[in-house]
Structure formats: structure tokens, C-alpha cells
Ligand binder design. Structure first.
Ligand code: PLP
Length: 374
């Protein structure tokens, strides 16, 4: 028998469940003769907006463009400050930099890996125009407190919901919690296309209209360009594939939540291992990633890879230490929590097609490796 392995993410198995639905979507697009901004995109926008409890959804090219388009629509530019979490995928920061505004990082809460409102409050200045609240790893950020700050100081809040399709805070869905939200349909996300894709949700009708123009060269009527827009459209084929997967999203999320509970049970009291904060009455994570911490993370990761367990690090280098920001003042910021998390976080296998038995076996490998590292 070949040695047992559990991959980090089995995208092949996840998408194989939808082979027939994808084929039907391809046929619809072929026969419609529309490949861009047609009936599939329009239908997907309605269906995705409904899932997010949001009156408007706008399909776009990817998650980075979704973030960037909203900041652009809000008119942000040089001299403006946008508060961002210190610990996130770099796209959160890059969206700000693309507008010419300055990303102002705030260290996250070590326990939740998300922003906390007290630290954000301390970073607000007269130049603060917006805040990007990332629902990292699928867990909703403390939006009530962040929105209260935003109202007090008059800035906008953009949810980076790229890892949080379907997540809930006090029963309300990610995508309906801020002034606008950006989603990614990168293949590995909880709702993933077969290529790049993204969406913006908002309850602001004027903003939605502006975004529909901005994603399409600033145009609503062909060859009439009211604003300087971008080419940032979702295509019909990806929209058709996403429509096939969307009805399965909440079921897949429930499966991830069950696996997170199993991980919690199987890894309780493992020496040196810090488990992610569990869900509570207010916070319903969709467990995009199951991220543990260990002071000797690199050795643990190596041991698990050698044992056949696929693991990854999200993220090994915080944005302020990346080459992309090396020549900016932010490179000298003191962000100890971001540095600590970058050194300690480890993502274990997670996905809707993973079996209980796989997770039990993975946990056994984790316990054995942690015992050896004691
Ligand atoms: C994936 C991701 C993005 C970017 O989405 P793309 O579709 O890859 O551009 C932005 N923010 C976070 C938190 C992400 O995980």
C-alpha cells in the first residue's frame, strides 16, 4: 500500500462534484453567444446578492480589483489614509496603494487574527478616509464596533470578504456588514471559479451604479465613457460555473464547520499547539482555513509534510516586510503581532471533501509531531 497522504486542498475532488453542471453552463454560454456582461453574470449577481443579504452585487474580474474599484469609486487618492490589518494577504494593502492612498496598518488581535476596534481607534487621523476590515480565515471581524467608529469619525468601511463567503456575525452575512464588501472567487476560496473572478456587494445604490460603470471602461452605453474606468469584468463562463457551485456553498461551509469542531476535539491539550478561536453565538466562521499556531512552526511544518500531511503558511511574510513596501515609511512600523503570527501560524488541511477519518489521521500526525517537539 502506498503511504497515506492528505493534501492541503483537493481542488480536483471539490470541482469533480460539479462536472455535469459545469458542462451544462458551458453549453448555455455557447448557445447564448454572449461571453461578457450577459445573462449568466446578471443571474449570478442576483443569486450572490441574495445569499449575502445585499441588495446589489456586481461581478468583477477578481478580489483585488473588487477592493480597488470600491476605493476608486469612493474617490480615494494621494494624501488619503486607509486603515488595514497588519496580518492579511497583501492584496488588501495593494488595493489601497493602487489608488495612491496610504495603507495605515493596525496590528491585529493575536487571538482572532482580526482587527480590534480599540487599536483601530488609536490609528484614526483627520486623513483617515476608509478602513478595510478583513474577515480573515473566514471569521467575521468585529464589524459593530468598527462601524460605530466609522460613523463617529466619518470614514467608510470596506469588508474584505475574500475568505468569508456566507460567514455570519450576529446572524448577518458577510457582505452586508460594511458600506461595501469585496469577494474573490479565486479557485481555492470557499466559492471558487475555474479561473479568476470576484464580486462587490453593497446596499448603496449610487455606489453600485458607479461600480457597474467603473468595471467596464467607465461605460454603461457602448462608447460613452462617463468616468475613467477599468476593464474588470466577470466573464459569462465563470459566472455560469459560479452559479453551478453557489447552491452548494452553505452546505460546504457547514461541512468545514463540522471539521473545525472535529479538529478542536482531536487536538485538545496538544503540547505547544494553540488552536484557532472557536465560533460563538455571535461569530459564525466559514473556516476558509484552519490555522493553528506553534512556537516551532517551521519544524512542525516539516515533520507534517514528511508524514504526508499537506500544510501551508498564511502568511509567512507580513505586507510591511515585503519588497513591495520596502521603500516606504511603513517598512519601519513596529507591528509585533503581525511578526509573531507570521512566525507561528500553520494552516492544516481543510475543505468540504475532506473525510472525518482524514482529519483524525491528520490530528494523530500533529499530536505525534508536537510530542516530539516538546
Ligand atoms: C484571495 C484574497 C484576496 C484577493 O483575491 P484575488 O481574487 O486573488 O485577487 C484579497 N484579500 C484576501 C484576504 C484574500 O484572501
Amino acid at each position: 500500500m502506498p503511504p497515506r497522504t492528505v493534501p492541503f486542498l483537493d481542488l480536483g475532488a471539490i470541482n469533480a462534484r460539479h462536472a455535469a453542471g459545469f458542462a451544462a453552463g458551458l453549453q448555455r454560454v455557447l448557445h447564448s453567444g454572449r461571453v461578457m456582461l450577459g445573462p449568466e453574470t446578471e443571474a449570478f449577481e442576483h443569486e450572490f446578492g441574495a445569499l449575502c443579504d445585499s441588495p446589489h452585487a456586481i461581478g468583477v474580474s477578481n478580489g483585488l480589483d473588487a477592493l480597488h474599484l470600491v476605493l476608486k469609486a469612493w474617490g480615494l487618492g494621494p494624501g488619503d489614509e486607509v486603515i488595514v490589518p497588519s496580518h492579511t494577504f497583501i492584496a488588501t494593502w495593494l488595493a489601497v496603494s493602487l489608488t495612491g492612498a496610504t495603507p495605515v496598518p493596525v496590528d491585529v488581535d493575536e487571538r482572532t487574527c482580526n482587527l480590534d476596534a480599540d487599536r483601530v481607534a488609536a490609528a484614526v487621523t483627520p486623513r483617515t478616509r476608509a478602513l478595510i476590515a478583513v474577515h480573515l480565515y473566514g471569521r467575521p471581524a468585529p464589524m459593530d464596533a468598527l462601524m460605530a467608529l466609522a460613523h463617529r469619525h466619518g470614514f467608510k468601511v470596506l469588508e474584505d470578504a475574500a475568505q468569508a463567503h456566507g460567514a455570519r456575525l450576529n446572524g448577518r452575512r458577510a457582505g452586508s456588514l460594511g458600506h461595501a464588501a469585496a469577494f474573490s472567487f479565486y479557485p481555492g476560496k470557499n466559492l471558487g471559479a475555474l479561473g479568476d473572478g470576484g464580486a462587490i456587494t453593497t446596499a448603496d445604490t449610487a455606489l453600485a451604479l458607479q461600480l457597474r460603470k467603473l468595471r467596464n471602461y467607465g461605460s454603461e452605453v457602448k462608447y460613452v465613457h462617463e468616468v475613467a474606468g477599468m476593464n474588470a469584468r466577470l466573464d459569462e463562463l465563470q459566472a455560469a460555473f459560479l452559479r453551478e457551485k453557489l447552491p452548494h456553498l452553505l452546505g460546504d461551509n457547514a461541512r468545514r464547520q463540522a471539521l473545525a469542531r472535529l479538529y478542536r476535539q482531536e487536538l485538545a491539550d496538544t503540547p505547544g499547539l494553540i488552536l484557532p478561536v472557536p465560533d460563538d453565538d455571535a461569530h459564525e466562521s466559514v473556516w476558509h482555513l484552519h490555522v493553528v499556531r506553534h512556537p516551532r512552526r517551521d519544524e512542525l511544518a516539516q515533520a507534517l509534510q514528511a508524514a504526508g500531511v499537506g500544510v501551508l503558511v498564511h502568511y509567512p511574510t507580513p505586507p510591511h516586510r515585503q519588497g513591495a513596501y520596502a521603500h516606504q515609511p511603513v517598512a519601519h512600523n513596529h507591528l509585533p503581532v503581525a511578526d509573531l503570527l507570521a512566525a507561528q501560524v500553520l494552516s492544516l488541511p481543510m475543505g468540504p471533501t475532506l473525510s472525518d477519518d482524514d482529519v483524525r489521521w491528520v490530528c494523530q500526525q500533529v499530536r505525534e509531531a508536537c510530542n516530539r517537539l516538546r
